[in-house]
Design a protein around this ligand. Structure first.
Ligand code: SAH
Ligand code: SF4
Ligand code: F3S
Length: 476
């Protein structure tokens, strides 16, 4: 069995410091790999690709970096504090390296791509720096390091999707898994470092996506989340697998193809972009019961002027229209968001527009951030980061408070109802309780029940809630 320490599958753009451990490979080289991941789910999915590549080389994984021969840290650059966390962690690895000079320390992911060879200059303990499109080169790069050199490959690619590499499935519960359907991003949101760290957008071959989803389902998985920075711009052109005819697949069509694998396989996806989400996608969600009624549709700001400065290419009115259309086509659909407080030149009125937008939508959930200037981005080059830190903090606190109230209100609407839950396992807080999610992605906790196992769907009657969790009992 795969044993993995990937804790919560929370939809968090900035998960931090989770190590992955998998079973021993067939061929062993006697060496141990420790890999720790930060950032978005795509980065975590990449760590599974990296683990797969090194397992093929005979590595075993370990959850304890002190017994590792190779330590990889898969990094995130999205905000300054994400990078700071990585640097702090690296200094801990430095202590270990002084004790064991043979230890190889590698930096992977977005910070590797952003800082390139500067990393080798700045952090003397780092031996190898590898960008997100160069993981196939890892075995060669490790050989270089063993021959006494520092090694680096940060080339970005227009084609790499790792489609043929089957990720070692590290999902701790064996029930929910992530599938990357595309890489990179072609949008140029002015605050965002991702286009620089991940390169151009490219869509993965749909047949390899379907094969992966099918394989997961056969192995007992019951939920897949399709991942991309902007899933709505998924577009693949190529030869049809059966008839060899030229064909084109868009996101709605891909969703449908995954949905028909089995009605018992739940489909989620992230992230949707307000400018690109089509009615065809919404109708596809409405048509298939197993495509979850949940859309992560980040607004970033409720002010059209700020949205323009952010280069998000939609207005407040456009976003409202998308929300109204979602509500009309998929009644009861949960909607979540990402919101940035204190972007360059944001006035108090514009901040109020974000709050009023939150009232209008009534998000089920939101990830909220204070603007962090990222070197090299359009905003860093063209706009002054002129909102004082304490103003950003206060605006963020107001956004957070509103979201807490709205989240509670949304959860309260489920109380008194019975809903289908996919049991993911025992609750983190108590081994006497199960946890799982409803269709709308709300976490539900209920007492262990005879005859119920993880990986099954059960009907749960919700009798109460906290601001983050629904509580209930299984009903037949
Ligand atoms: N592709 C997704 C977002 C990926 S990054 C999308 O377009 O919605 C996740 C979130 O981090 C963003 O939605 C944004 O809210 C936040 N973020 C990105 N850059 C940031 C920055 N420089 N400062 C603060 N938050 C930022
Ligand atoms: Fe960044 Fe915008 Fe691309 Fe999202 S869509 S990853 S925010 S550039
Ligand atoms: Fe971070 Fe890179 Fe993801 S910057 S959010 S790990 S794409």
């Amino acid at each position: 069995m795969i044993d993995l320490q990937l804790a919560d599958k929370k939809h968090d753009e900035e998960r931090q410091g989770e190590a992955l451990v998998v079973d021993a490979p067939l061929i062993r080289n006697g060496r141990k790999l420790y890999i720790e991941s930060y950032g978005c789910q795509m980065n975590f999915a990449d760590s599974e690709i990296v683990a797969s590549i090194l397992l093929d080389q005979g590595f075993e994984t370990t959850g304890n970096y002190k017994e590792a021969d190779v330590v990889f840290i898969n990094t995130c650059s999205i905000r300054e504090n994400a990078e700071q966390r990585v640097r702090n962690r690296l200094s801990q690895f430095g202590v270990e390296k002084r004790r064991n000079p043979k230890l190889i320390v590698g930096v992977l992911g977005c910070m590797a791509e952003r800082l390139k060879s500067k990393f080798l200059e700045e952090e003397k303990l780092v031996d190898v720096v590898v960008g997100p499109d160069a993981y196939r080169e890892l075995p060669a790069l490790l050989s270089e390091v063993e021959s006494g050199q520092k090694a680096i490959n940060v080339l970005l690619s227009r084609e790499e999707t790792y489609a043929d590499i089957s990720p070692v499935r590290l999902s701790g519960n064996g029930i929910t898994a992530f599938i990357s359907i595309m890489r990179g991003c072609d949008n140029m949101c002015s605050f965002c470092v991702v286009p620089f760290t991940r390169g151009r957008e490219r869509s993965r071959d749909p047949y390899s996506i379907l094969a992966e989803a099918n394989d997961l389902f056969k192995r007992g998985y019951k939920e897949v989340t399709l991942l991309g920075q902007n899933v709505d711009s998924y577009k693949w052109k190529g030869k049809d697998a059966i008839e060899e005819a030229e064909t084109e697949v868009n996101f709605a069509q891909l969703l449908e193809k995954v949905a028909v694998i089995s009605p018992d396989l739940r489909i989620r996806f992230s992230t949707s972009h307000p400018k690109d989400i089509t009615d065809e996608v919404l109708y596809t969600i409405a048509k298939h019961d197993n495509i979850c009624n949940y859309i992560h549709l980040p607004i970033q700001s409720g002010s059209s002027r700020i949205l323009e400065l952010m280069n998000r290419t939609y207005t407040r009115e456009w976003y409202i229209n998308r929300i109204d259309t979602i509500r009309q086509i998929i009644p009861g659909c949960a909607i979540s968001s990402d919101i940035i407080a204190g972007f360059c030149t944001e006035t108090e009125e514009e901040h109020q527009e974000t709050l009023s937008m939150m009232d209008y939508v009534g998000y089920d959930f939101a990830f909220t951030f204070s603007y962090s200037e990222r070197p090299g981005t359009l905003a860093a080059r063209k706009l002054a980061d002129d909102i004082p830190e304490e103003v950003k903090k206060r605006r963020l606190a107001e956004i957070l408070l509103k979201q807490q109230q709205t989240s509670l209100y949304r959860l309260q609407q489920f109380v008194g109802k019975t809903m289908k839950i996919l049991v993911e396992g025992t609750s983190k807080k108590s081994d006497q309780d199960f946890c799982g999610r409803n269709d709308q992605n709300a976490m539900v906790v209920f007492p262990l029940t005879a005859g119920v196992k993880a990986g099954e769907y059960v009907n749960v009657y919700i009798d109460r809630c906290t601001s983050a969790t629904l509580l209930g009992t299984v009903v037949s």
